[in-house]
Write a protein that binds this ligand. Sequence first.
Ligand code: HEC
Ligand code: HEC
Ligand code: HEC
Length: 138
Amino acid sequence: MLSGMRGGLFMGLLLALAAVLFVDVQDAQAEYGDVVINNHSDGAGMRPVIFPHWFHRVRFACKVCHADLGFKFKAGGNDINMVKIIDGQFCGACHNGEVAWSVENCNLCHSAKPGTPTQVHESTIQKLAQPVGAPQKK
Ligand code: HEC
Ligand code: HEC
Ligand code: HEC
């Protein structure tokens, strides 16, 4: 009886772990705190942009983007377009082929499912990224 309960608990833990791993592998595209930017993309026939905030936060101080580059603290709160990016503003301050890969890699930024609204994406459960052609995690 007791060992049966333990076995059940153990199986439960295994299943829970499997579920976590499954979700992690399946939905690794969208990490906690990713920002979807879609002020213009849908209208221009491009997939919306997923900005992986955490990925950048571990590499740069907040100040680099939010003071020096002038990013406002609001999802969708910066009127970004490709002319500005190619001119070296916003994402273009780094995605210029020097600090990071350059703007030709459209799909690495425009990676969300069409129609995904501007938002801060809080979980790994929802799927933001379009599977086909989306960038690999690493
Ligand atoms: C480094 C990230 C990044 C890359 C690479 C990138 N974009 Fe963008 N792009 C953005 C962001 C951010 C916006 C603003 C999104 C919004 O508000 O919908 C944007 C907006 C746009 C828009 C709508 C506004 C406008 O300028 O007309 C178009 C069209 C667009 N991108 C096309 C492209 C194409 C084509 C490429 C590849 C040649 C590309 N983008 C590469 C980040 C990027
Ligand atoms: C590489 C650039 C970069 C770095 C570094 C960075 N951020 Fe951001 N942050 C952004 C961008 C881009 C957005 C979204 C802006 C947009 O959608 O126009 C954003 C959005 C935000 C938001 C608004 C989210 C919301 O709820 O709307 C907050 C808060 C924020 N950042 C805080 C921080 C903090 C705190 C740090 C440092 C620990 C940091 N950021 C580092 C680029 C950066
Ligand atoms: C302060 C510099 C900086 C700014 C500003 C910046 N990035 Fe990046 N970004 C980087 C670096 C560095 C990498 C890593 C490049 C590499 O691995 O070669 C990166 C990687 C990425 C990746 C790939 C993440 C992954 O999982 O591999 C995406 C997507 C991305 N950036 C989108 C954006 C978008 C969209 C913006 C503007 C809203 C932006 N970045 C602004 C420096 C920046």
